[in-house]
Design a protein. Structure first.
Length: 188
């Protein structure tokens, strides 16, 4: 277990229409990631009553099913993230909805993502298109994995961002829920 085991340390960049996804993917592949894949992901975000400090997410795709608690920070660069792995042989949506209904859910939001993942030993690079209703956002995320400290994780992010042409000063200061649902009950 690293010193950042229950911390998500990432930078998200919102892409404009001129972004060349094919060139980005080629640059990632040229770095020879041990794992590369594309997935369709269904995320359901649950906002709890009187809990603006956290959000719960149920993630379901062909590989994983998780229930995740994420803290809500003014700057999402570093936040607590606790993932609970669920049995992925059956869709657990009904069970999660029932469980969370006893905790006081104020709002539920469904986000669909088409992701392209490039997994390196110390960083996960993900390019995706996310939708909620008619709203669409295109992003690239860099997430450090297994770092011993926040400083080490930020250095990892800087290395990959530099190699792929991103400037940390241009990263998004909003999390995905706030980007797609800007008027949610706990938007920052």
């Amino acid at each position: 277990m690293s010193g950042t085991t229950f911390q998500e340390i990432e930078h998200k960049f919102v892409l404009d229409a001129a972004f060349d996804a094919a060139a980005f993917d080629a640059a990632c592949l040229a770095m020879q990631p041990p794992v590369e894949k594309a997935l369709a992901v269904r995320d359901t975000y649950y906002v709890l009553q009187n809990r603006a400090d956290v959000v719960l997410r149920h993630r379901l795709d062909a590989e994983i099913q998780q229930l995740t608690l994420k803290t809500r920070e003014a700057d999402p660069e570093v936040r607590v993230e606790v993932n609970l792995a669920l049995d992925n042989t059956t869709d657990q949506t009904a069970a999660i909805h029932t469980l969370l209904s006893h905790l006081g859910v104020e709002a539920t939001y469904h986000i669909h993502k088409d992701i392209r993942v490039f997994e390196f030993p110390d960083c996960e690079v993900v390019r995706y298109r996310a939708t909620h209703g008619e709203r669409v956002v295109h992003c690239v995320e860099f997430e450090a994995v297994g770092a011993d400290s926040i400083a080490d994780a930020l250095a990892i992010l800087a290395r990959y961002e530099l190699a792929l042409g991103f400037d940390a000063s241009q990263r998004a200061s909003a999390n995905l829920l706030d980007l797609l649902v800007p008027n949610n009950p706990i938007s920052t």
